[in-house]
Design a protein around this ligand. Structure first.
Ligand SMILES: NC(=O)C1=CN([C@@H]2O[C@H](COP(=O)(O)OP(=O)(O)OC[C@H]3O[C@@H](n4cnc5c(N)ncnc54)[C@H](OP(=O)(O)O)[C@@H]3O)[C@@H](O)[C@H]2O)C=CC1
Ligand SMILES: CC(C)(CO)C(=O)C(=O)O
Length: 313
């Protein structure tokens, strides 16, 4: 397939590299000049499960793609939530009438942005348990395993979605069709709504937090707020399943040593976080549905306070 990775940070680099290795024609689009220059000059470098690899993958700055001639079969969106609208605007010339657009960002409600640029029949929503980090511009650190759940938004898009799943699986990305992607997105949002903000505030990786004797109580309080909102949105959650998925993040042998992407943003890179699209989204929806969300509200405020103390940009 001809694939555009729109947002080629840590996760975009992982997906770009694995799809390139599986012989797809991949191009990367990003907005970070130093990262783009390094990949153009030396290729995309990665520590891939302990092995140093280099891949020559074309990369473009998002403000230069209007003139790039590449009719993509698939666009995979991997910007940060707050960069999504700008990216959609800049790549819109590369999104043809048959181009499928797969959104794998963390958080809730990204379809509202994508719908402004892409017909419903071409939108695929998903979420992923893969992880990734950047060691610096042009160099990714990729370890562990993951999975992807996805579903077309338009009613008759199943066949095309299965083709996308086949393409992802050829690259060992472990994708599967979800019969209820909204539930799946809420389930993943519970993982991010606990791990991301808590590890960021507590300065911990996921294993470190999970091994404390208060982890269960904190996680259950936050998850109960996500579940109350999910129910109002007809995306009922199986709480036991959600808690099991969260606890799987504590495993040191798999992804427990990972610092969630929010930690990487704020603590490592001094950048603003996606908290408003995760716990903050639950607070906004709580107001709409008249549901109290004190834990999500407090965690959102703590993360914003930390952004301000650190002068994040
Ligand atoms: N990392 C992970 O393990 C996981 C992340 N996700 C989700 O995937 C999406 C993409 O996340 P992720 O790949 O982690 O994002 P990254 O922060 O690695 O990259 C996103 C964008 O941020 C900019 N950027 C990144 N680092 C820097 C820096 N040091 N200085 C300046 N600009 C920088 C780049 O674009 P620009 O210059 O245009 O700002 C880049 O495209 C998010 O929604 C995230 O929540 C989901 C699962 C796991
Ligand atoms: C790995 C995981 C699941 C941690 O919450 C994630 O999505 C992230 O880092 O943003």
């Amino acid at each position: 397939m001809k694939v555009i990775i729109a947002g080629a940070g840590a996760m975009g680099s992982r997906f770009g590299l694995m799809l390139h290795q599986a012989k797809n024609e991949v191009i990367l689009v990003d907005g970070w000049p130093e990262h783009i220059d390094n990949i153009k000059k030396d290729g995309l470098k990665a520590n891939f499960n302990g092995e140093e690899v280099v891949a020559q993958i074309p990369i473009y700055h998002q403000n230069e793609v209007a003139s790039v001639d590449f009719s993509a079969d698939l666009v995979i969106l991997f910007t940060k939530a707050m960069q999504l609208d700008a990216m959609m605007k800049e790549i819109k010339n590369m999104v043809g009438t048959n181009t499928k657009v797969l959104c794998l960002l963390n958080g809730i409600g990204h379809e509202d942005v994508i719908k402004k640029y892409v017909p419903l029949s071409n939108i695929i929503l998903g979420n992923t348990m893969w992880t990734a980090g950047l060691e610096g511009p042009g160099k990714a650190k990729l370890f562990g395993n993951g999975s992807i759940d996805l579903q077309n938004l338009g009613e008759d898009g199943r066949d095309a979605t299965e083709e996308v799943i086949a393409c992802l699986n050829k690259a060992n990305l472990n994708a599967k069709y979800s019969g209820n992607i909204l539930s799946s997105i809420y389930k993943k949002a519970c993982v991010n709504g606990t791990m991301n903000g808590l590890c960021t505030i507590l300065d911990s990786n996921m294993a470190g937090f999970g091994e404390t004797d208060v982890a269960d109580a904190i996680v259950e309080s936050i998850v109960s707020e996500f579940a109350a909102i999910a129910k109002m949105e007809k995306a009922d959650l199986n709480i036991e399943e959600v808690l099991t998925q969260i606890k799987s993040c504590y495993n040191r042998e798999t992804i427990g040593l990972h610092h969630p992407s929010m930690y990487q943003d704020l603590i490592i890179n001094n950048r603003l976080t996606e908290i408003d699209y995760i716990n903050g989204a639950i607070v906004r929806k709580g107001k709409q549905y008249n549901i109290e969300t004190p834990y999500c509200s407090f965690l959102t405020q703590l993360v914003h306070a930390k952004e301000q103390i650190l002068g994040a940009k």
